[in-house]
Design a binder for this molecule. Structure first.
Ligand SMILES: [Zn+2]
Length: 200
């Protein structure tokens, strides 16, 4: 079994203690995928942000277990290290979210995507917009669904993916039900993708 490129802090559902969040490093840059309410305490203890030339926080959607400590992390990095965070998100209300949480303006800039990181719009809940990711890293194509209730938008990318990270659940309506997608994922694994399941 290949080792996953993304390193996870946790993969709990919305009510667990370890939010579904991961990170990777690339050429001196730090990338955090989602920043839920429990993430601040973890990354404060684990990382020295003075070592990174750029700090990027990618937000897939604005549920609290994916963005709940975003403001706190931005302000911690700004006031402790004097660094501005790139918030990468396609969420329609990301600017408003950062404003209503009183995030210091100099502490962040919003970027929609980059050459190596693209968003894939998906469906999760009706209240907010939600996105998965395509990441190109060290010659690998990585696809990350984030919270989703459908595999449809990911199908054309997942066939070419080297690593495919999929949000699944035993019963929730707003996540993929594992029993509904298991055979599709097995098929993909037999092609070229390594499938990693984020179960909740
Ligand atoms: Zn969610």
């Amino acid at each position: 079994m290949k080792q996953p490129t993304l390193k996870f802090f946790g993969n709990d559902s919305g009510f667990g203690n370890k939010n579904n969040s991961a990170y990777f490093e690339d050429k001196g840059e730090f990338f955090l995928l989602d920043c839920g309410f429990a993430v601040f305490g973890i990354i404060k203890e684990r990382f020295d942000f003075s070592q990174y030339k750029n700090i990027n926080i990618v937000i897939t959607h604005l549920h609290n277990d994916h963005a709940g400590s975003l403001s706190q992390v931005i302000m911690y990095i700004w006031f402790t290290y004097g660094k501005t965070v790139n918030v990468m998100s396609a969420c329609e209300k990301i600017q408003e979210y950062l404003e209503i949480t009183g995030t210091v303006k100099d502490g962040y800039q919003i970027k929609r995507e980059s050459e190596n990181l693209k968003f894939i719009k998906t469906q999760h809940v009706k209240e907010i917009d939600c996105y998965g990711l395509r990441i190109y890293l060290e010659g690998k194509n990585i696809v990350y669904t984030g919270d989703t209730n459908t595999l449809e938008p990911f199908k054309k990318y997942s066939k070419k993916a080297d690593e495919f990270y999929v949000d699944v659940s035993k019963k929730s309506e707003v996540h993929l039900k594992i029993d509904d997608v298991l055979s599709q994922l097995e098929e993909l694994s037999q092609m070229r993708s390594s499938c990693f399941l984020n179960a909740c």
